[in-house]
Design a protein around this ligand. Structure first.
Ligand SMILES: [Zn+2]
Length: 473
């Protein structure tokens, strides 16, 4: 029996985070009452003419450059004609045979896969049909005309797992660029997958099935896995794969047919006569390149090389642009990035929530740097730093005030600690002898005993010094 490999290409639609729509001055803000962000242009009223939003072009170019594409000096908008209630003009302005960017790539670090990008083009989003109870539907055109980029990969992905990594990598790139907020659930980042299988060793691609509108990373993986298994079962049973579009039924955990190739639409693309060719010159591209924020992979490499983080810590500190900025600022204020990263990982991150481009950080970079500085100065212990952090969360208070108010000042009185150390040494004579005889690992045992007695409030530096003196080390 033949064994098969899965071949996947992905089409990602990402909304561009412009303030206004791509061909009119209406707001793109999410969540307004239905049909309040509309005008003759995005309603498709007769005689209204589109005017291209320069900010949308800049963000689109930024995205295309980040995935290694070359930018075409001239490209063209085209009309994609179809009828649907959420599309008031009866056509979508898109790009067809002349996209503005092409021939890029995205490298997947975990899978070690080089995924070629066929093209990136600009288009406008449609509105939304909202289906209510009682069978009524309303059309909300607030979203109609929101700028999108479509990023089309070559069929270079070989598993559901790789497809998910590709999507996460792309989402992170766009998020760090400030181009898109990466919300699959809210539909600002959407994905269609072309899935086929072929016998291992075969060059020719199998018949492909398009999976539409998968709205979470988990479902992408499950839908592709299921679809590949379905196709293999069909071929193994001697059947043939039909070229079609399928949806994902989350409840049943299966894909289902939406329409066959015969029912596929003919979009009758033609150049939009209302819009001139899109000219993007080298000066514009150079400016966009210069203004582009640092990419996540570059940030990770810099955190590892310059701030001496482990690859894992660098990865964790770059999980979100706001987390990365918080970490960098706190590192700059405190001076020891590794300690900042450790504290962020062990304490801060579990309290961080993110939504799109925003993140709720429990304390400020200043507060975090101050907490660690209090530890450096021997004013509080490492254990107390965690308590101070817990008290600081969600307040604008200063770390020093919290320490003073809680009466937390550390025991760094050498006299008090010495008395305690002597008591502990007397209570553990055997360990003391072994340590003096050279069993160095027992040093930690005594430090631990002192910390236990002082509930972690002894200054580690003072404890070290006193122990060495008392034991004559
Ligand atoms: Zn409008």
């Amino acid at each position: 029996m033949a064994s098969y490999e899965t071949v996947i290409g992905l089409e990602v639609h990402a909304q561009l985070l412009t303030r206004t729509k791509v061909f009119c001055a209406c707001s793109t803000a999410f969540g307004a009452p239905p049909n309040t962000h509309v005008c003759p242009v995005c309603l498709g009223l007769p005689g209204a003419l589109p005017v291209l939003n320069g900010d949308a072009v800049a963000l689109a170019v930024r995205a295309a450059l980040a995935v290694g594409c070359s930018i075409r000096a001239a490209s063209r908008f085209a009309r994609k004609n179809y009828f649907y209630p959420d599309l008031p003009k009866g056509y979508q302005i898109s790009q067809f045979d002349e996209p503005f960017a092409e021939h890029g790539h995205v490298d997947l670090e975990a899978a070690g896969r080089h995924v070629r990008i066929l093209r990136v083009h600009m288009e406008e989003d449609a509105g939304k049909n909202i289906h209510g109870r009682g069978g009524d539907s309303i059309v909300d055109l607030n979203r109609a005309g929101t700028p999108l980029v479509e990023i089309v990969s070559e069929p270079d992905l070989r598993s559901a797992n790789e497809a998910a990594e590709y999507l996460r990598t792309l989402r992170d790139i766009l998020l760090f660029l400030g181009v898109n907020d990466g919300n699959l659930e809210e539909g600002s980042f959407r994905c269609d997958a072309n899935v086929s299988i072929r016998p291992v060793g075969e060059e020719k691609l199998g018949t492909r099935v398009e999976l539409k509108n998968i709205n979470s990373f988990r479902f992408v993986e499950k839908a592709i896995e299921h679809e590949a298994a379905r196709q293999e079962a069909v071929l193994t049973a001697g059947g043939r794969i039909t070229q079609e579009t399928r949806g994902w039924d989350e409840k049943k955990g299966t894909t289902f047919s939406l329409r066959s190739k015969e029912e596929a639409q003919d979009y009758r693309y033609f150049p939009d006569p209302d819009l001139p060719p899109l000219a993007i010159d080298e000066v514009f591209v150079a400016r966009v390149r210069a203004e582009s924020p640092e990419l996540p992979r570059d940030k990770r490499a810099r955190f590892a090389a310059e701030l001496h983080l482990t690859p894992y810590a660098a990865e964790v500190m770059t999980q979100h642009p706001r987390v990365a900025a918080f970490f960098e600022e706190a590192s700059m204020l405190h001076g020891d990035a590794v300690r900042v990263a450790n504290f962020v990982q062990s304490e801060v991150l579990r309290d961080v929530t993110t939504h799109g481009l925003t993140a709720n950080l429990p304390i400020s970079a200043r507060q975090l740097a101050d907490v660690l500085a209090l530890v450096d100065a021997g004013k509080i212990s490492g254990k107390q730093a965690k308590e101070v952090y817990a008290k600081l969360r969600g307040t604008g208070a200063s770390a020093a005030d919290v320490v003073a108010e809680a009466g937390m000042a550390v025991v760094s009185d050498a006299g008090a600690i010495e008395a305690l150390v002597r008591r502990i040494v007397e209570a553990n004579p055997r360990q003391a002898e072994q340590l003096k005889a050279g069993k160095a690992t027992l040093f930690g045992f005594f430090v631990g005993q002192v910390m236990k007695e002082t509930k972690g409030s002894a200054s580690p530096q003072v404890v070290n010094d006193v122990l060495k003196r008392v034991l004559g080390l």
